[in-house]
Each structure stands twice: as structure tokens, then as C-alpha cells.
Design a protein around this ligand. Structure first.
Ligand code: GRF
Length: 193
């Protein structure tokens, strides 16, 4: 991906469903001078998502869409994205599966963070499964989103050691800390920075 020019940052939307700790780290990153992106829109399917509070705190536009009818929700999101001239979408703990059509429209422009070393442990309950299988390592992945779940091109990965004493919760916490560092790094990478 190339930067349009040296001064304007790439307008970015972050999609969240829950705590939004990755959103917070992305907002902080976006405000650094070296960051190629600005965060201009936060989308959530969940009106109670805690992460929405970060949007409020940092005065970023927030929009909530009910995914009961995904088609309608996505149509509204596309309008919002166009209106705000969004050029990059970062999924960050967004728990809805987006349609093939939507992905096609923004081909190569949607990133996701997944809490495992893909292609291992796609889908949910990643930490539980990694521990159960006695894996020595797990980690996190930033990848491009394609219509196949958790299968797009891998941008960056970070390995995290699983200790014998790690519970699902402990491991999730350790990996989350790495996610916060990896997402900004991956964004720098896609812009060749
Ligand atoms: C992260 O572990 C992410 O990898 C997964 O959901 C979690 C979201 O955490 N997809 P948060 O909402 O960013 O705190």
C-alpha cells in the first residue's frame, strides 16, 4: 500500500465488539508523528462495547450497527465509510463475520488481529485449544482479511511462550500485550515504513 502523500494520514476505521484494548493502542499509535494512519471512525455491532468509551475520550466518531440483518448493517457501514473517506479498516476484536461482498469492496484494505499463530487455531477459543494440545508456543497474527475465515495473507506474527502454569486467562493476557505492539508494527509494514 502506498501513502497518498507525505502529509495526510490514511483515514482508518476500527471495528470493535468488546473491550477495545487494541483500539486504544491503535489510537495512541495513530497520534504519533511517524504513524501513517489517523483513526477517524469506530464501528461497533455492540452498543455496550467498553471500547466505545475510548472513542468518546479521544473524540472519535462512533457508529453502532445492529447486525441482526447483516446486509442492512453493511450497507449502512459502507455509506459511513465513504462519507468519512476511510481507506483502511482494522478489525480489532470484531466478533461478527463480514460478508464476501463487503470484503471484495475493500480488497486488500482490511486487517485483522487474531490471537494465535495462524494458520493454527482459526476461529474462537484459541487459547483453550492451544493449552489443551500442549503447545509450547502460541501468539498472535496480523493478517489481511479475505472471505475465508482467518486465512488471508499474514503481515506479522509474534510468538508467545506457553508456561505450564498458564491458564486460558493468563495466556490471553500475555498475548494481548503483544497484540498491542504487533498491530502498529504491521501497519507500518504495509506502508513500507
Ligand atoms: C483480542 O485478543 C483479539 O485478538 C481477538 O479479540 C480480542 C479483542 O480484545 N480477536 P480487545 O477488544 O482489543 O481488548
Amino acid at each position: 500500500m502506498a501513502l497518498s502523500n507525505g502529509t495526510n494520514k490514511i483515514k482508518t476505521a476500527v471495528f470493535i465488539s468488546g473491550n477495545g484494548s487494541n483500539l486504544k493502542s491503535l489510537i495512541k499509535f495513530s497520534r504519533l508523528k511517524k504513524s501513517p494512519i489517523s483513526i477517524d471512525l469506530i464501528i461497533s455491532n455492540n452498543p455496550r462495547a467498553k471500547g466505545l468509551n475510548y472513542g468518546k475520550f479521544y473524540k472519535i466518531k462512533r457508529k453502532i450497527f445492529n447486525f441482526k440483518d447483516r446486509n442492512i448493517a453493511e450497507k449502512k457501514i459502507i455509506l459511513e465509510i465513504k462519507k468519512n473517506k476511510i481507506k483502511l479498516i482494522c478489525l480489532a476484536g470484531f466478533m461478527k463475520i463480514i460478508s464476501k461482498n463487503f470484503i471484495k469492496k475493500f480488497k486488500g484494505k482490511i486487517l485483522n488481529v487474531h490471537p494465535s499463530l495462524l494458520p493454527k487455531y482459526k476461529g474462537i477459543n484459541t487459547h483453550e485449544r492451544a493449552i489443551k494440545n500442549n503447545e509450547k508456543y502460541s501468539g498472535c497474527t496480523i493478517h489481511l482479511v479475505t472471505s475465508k475465515l482467518d486465512s488471508g495473507k499474514i503481515i506479522l506474527q509474534k510468538k508467545v511462550k506457553i508456561n505450564k502454569s498458564d491458564t486460558t486467562k493468563k495466556l490471553a493476557k500475555k498475548i494481548l500485550i503483544q497484540e498491542h505492539k504487533l498491530y502498529p508494527k504491521a501497519i507500518m509494514k504495509i506502508f513500507n515504513l
